[in-house]
Design a protein around this ligand. Structure first.
Ligand SMILES: *[C@@H]1O[C@H](CO)[C@@H](O)[C@H](O)[C@H]1NC(C)=O
Ligand SMILES: *[C@@H]1O[C@H](CO)[C@@H](O)[C@H](O)[C@H]1NC(C)=O
Length: 324
């Protein structure tokens, strides 16, 4: 808030609390010259080059350029930074320092600053307000370049995954408008607005994940603003699909046929069975055992739990055990 705003909006006594002697002096001047001779308002885009024309002050105030010089016209401001310069030879106001709207006003709109042009002999005060218009000089930016998500393939449809949001210091249409998710079968994007007006998005599972089919997914979340030209920011979403034990072991053959001679020595390999399990880790670990056999057969055959190799483990009698 500039000095003049304070003078208009607050009682003098309140202002004294925060102002230095120079400003009190100016406030007192206001007191005497409170019929401020002129008020002008200019609108300029932020980030104009030093020396850019803001306005023809002499013309807009109805003053002669000679009077500006004889009255030693100058800018009086409460700010530390002299954003503007008065060219008394031409009667114009120009940019003196880079004006960064985001630095000056942050989220506040409209953004403006004010100062006085003072003239002597006789004393004259003119109030000038500069409104600084936003330029789309920032893209939406995500804090991180990657989002890592571990999602179980057994996750239910409708499961929600909140994504990091992007920030864009520009305001209005130049600020963050929208999120877009790269097209994919499994997730749709839902957008939400926080109470403070910021926007965030979440992915909603709409088609079951299948680790055996797609073990990881790479998506991109794009945040776009509404400026012209439009600017955007991107974050990669890396999804690792965690296994659920959703696959049984499957033998590579439905029947294994083998022959073995009578009285084959113990340890003779008859056949090796082989099953595979599409699940990973312990969900896919297979052990073999013989089941559903007549009790006497359990004495004749044994199986290697790990390799699936079937061995002779007892005396096989052709007459009794023709077919097992
Ligand atoms: C099991 O069978 C599959 C397919 O028939 C084969 O790719 C694999 O190598 C076999 N495993 C062993 C241990 O022989
Ligand atoms: C099944 O696996 C066994 C053991 O690895 C192998 O000997 C056999 O050839 C495989 N059968 C088929 C149909 O791949």
């Amino acid at each position: 808030m500039s000095l003049s705003d304070m003078a208009y909006q607050q009682p003098l006594s309140k202002c004294r609390l925060h102002v230095g002697p120079q400003r009190v002096m100016l406030l007192l001047l206001f007191y005497f010259f409170n019929d401020v001779a002129g008020q002008i308002r200019y609108s300029i885009p932020e980030e104009m080059k030093k020396g850019s024309l803001i306005g023809n002050v002499a013309q807009d105030l109805g003053l002669d350029v000679k009077r500006l010089r004889s009255g030693r016209a100058r800018i009086v401001t409460g700010e530390n930074i002299q954003y503007t310069e008065l060219k008394t030879d031409k009667g114009i106001l120009v940019v003196n320092e880079r004006i960064d709207r985001e630095q000056l006003c942050g989220d506040v709109t409209p953004c403006s600053f004010s100062f006085e042009v003072i003239l002597e002999n006789p004393m004259e005060l003119h109030h000038i307000t500069i409104e600084v218009l936003d330029v789309n000089d920032h893209p939406p930016v995500f804090k991180k370049s990657d989002i890592m998500l571990d999602i179980s393939e057994s996750a239910n449809l409708g499961a929600r995954f909140v994504l990091d949001s992007a920030e864009d210091p520009d305001v209005g249409v130049n600020g963050l408008q929208n999120y877009v998710l790269t097209s994919n079968d499994n997730f749709v994007l839902k957008q939400h607005v926080n109470p403070d007006g910021s926007k965030y998005a979440e992915m909603v599972l709409q088609k079951q994940l299948d680790r055996e089919e797609v073990p990881h997914l790479s998506l991109k979340l794009i945040a776009v603003d509404g400026g012209n030209p439009q600017r955007s920011g991107t974050v990669n979403i890396n999804i690792i699909v965690l296994d659920a034990n959703d696959n049984p072991p499957v033998f590579n053959q439905s029947v294994y046929k083998a022959t073995v001679i009578e009285n084959a020595a113990r340890g003779t390999n008859i056949v090796t069975v082989n099953a595979t399990d599409a699940d990973s880790g312990s969900n896919g670990y297979i052990t073999y055992s013989i089941s559903n056999v007549k009790s006497n057969i359990a004495d004749l055959l044994s199986i290697d739990q790990v390799s699936g190799a079937l061995f002779v483990s007892g005396p096989i009698d052709f007459e009794k055990d023709k077919k097992i």
